[in-house]
Write a protein of this length. Structure first.
Length: 376
């Protein structure tokens, strides 16, 4: 019998040889151009003070939830918070999960059944793919943002059909034609589900609400670990969907609920978001400044994106890693995104712009990138 250690070592060696070996690294102290903290909430002293006041106003709260929400981990505070969040996003109701991964796995593993169909954009998040794999539904992939490709899959759909997209794609930063996708989905009797993880904050309550399509979308996924600067997620939809997930979503049923401190942080973050129009405007101004100062060429294109996520395609793991190292040596925290996280040939540096980045920091970033492009 083969040794497990030999198998593990061979796979690690193979990954190192391919140039896509992953390793954890501690905080760097560099200028942040890689985190999802788009509005600066994770580092906000105002938010930290608000969380402290919220927790202090509930001295009876426990350190831990003590169990799943169906056993001992539920509270009136949790349910009131879900109601408040749903109202902010103009949804009927919502159900919170411990993470965005839990939310997507719970929804997609429990809702579609054998004989149903899930149709996903080819660039949806791994958590959606994993959830869909756990279902017994037929699964199809359509070309990224391609309506013709989507329609071809819709024509072959059986049972109840769910079309799944993101409103801002995490590795490309672009946005889909949501209204057109929704119309096409409804034309074939399907239901649209939108993951809004990277759109909340950029578009306040998300792109679906920004486009006034919230009443036509079947469900939305909102995470709290990006622009909101804390942790957790919520599935937004109908009261009936909420009750269904409580009864059938295993990642909700069989896990300890979030502790009070996490709930207080989420509540405080939403209160801050309601007064953050200036930060959102600054974020968009910084995105525009970055794009204006960058000198790209056809060999190394910048993907089209109006979001905080900006990606320069270098097409090779080694080039992407070299560029990231050069940027880090200049004091800029930019990371390489390598295959297999992205398709081979589309390796890149992924740059996240934030409301708190100064014009001087953005100028240093763009001038360094411009020099790297001429070197490689």
């Amino acid at each position: 019998m083969a040794s497990s250690e030999k198998y593990i070592q061979s796979k690690l060696d193979e990954r190192k040889l391919q140039g896509n070996y992953r390793a954890l690294s501690p905080e760097s102290g560099l200028i942040d151009f890689c985190s999802n903290d788009y509005l600066g909430f994770a580092r906000s002293t105002v938010l930290k003070d608000n969380i402290r006041r919220e927790t202090a106003s509930h001295p009876q709260s426990l350190n831990g939830a003590t169990g799943s929400r169906l056993i001992s981990g539920n509270s009136a505070y949790t349910e009131e918070l879900e109601t408040q969040i749903a109202a902010f996003h103009q949804a009927e109701t919502g159900l919170m999960f411990n993470s965005g991964y839990d939310a997507n796995v719970g929804l997609f593993s429990s809702l579609p059944q054998k004989g149903d169909t899930i149709i996903c954009d080819e660039l949806v998040h791994a958590s959606i793919i994993d959830g869909a794999r756990l279902s017994y539904a037929n699964r199809y992939i359509f070309r990224h943002n391609d309506l013709e490709s989507l329609e071809g899959k819709l024509k072959n759909a059986k049972g109840i059909c769910y079309v799944v997209i993101e409103s801002v794609y995490s590795m490309d930063g672009d946005t889909p034609p949501i209204a057109e996708i929704l119309q096409l989905t409804q034309q074939y009797g399907g239901h649209l589900i939108v993951d809004e993880a990277h759109a909340v904050g950029l578009y306040a309550a998300g792109l679906v609400s920004h486009l006034n399509l919230q009443d036509k979308v079947f469900a939305r996924l909102v995470t709290f670990g990006k622009a909101l600067g804390c942790h957790g997620a919520i599935v937004l939809g109908s009261d009936m969907l909420r009750e269904y997930l409580i009864n059938f979503a295993r990642s909700f049923i069989y896990t300890t609920a979030a502790p009070f401190h996490q709930l207080a942080a989420i509540k405080a973050a939403y209160s801050l978001l309601k007064t953050s129009s200036a930060d959102i405007a600054q974020l968009h101004a910084n995105i525009g400044l970055f794009k204006m100062n960058l000198c790209v060429n056809n060999a190394y294109p910048l993907l089209h994106s109006d979001s905080a996520i900006q990606c320069l395609i270098l097409g090779d793991n080694h080039k992407a890693k070299y560029a990231a190292i050069q940027l880090q040596n200049a004091g800029l925290d930019v990371r390489a995104i390598l295959s297999p996280t992205v398709a081979q040939g589309s390796e890149r540096i992924r740059i996240c712009i934030h409301a708190y980045n100064t014009s001087e920091e953005i100028s240093l970033l763009t001038s360094t990138i411009n020099n790297i492009i001429h070197e490689i």
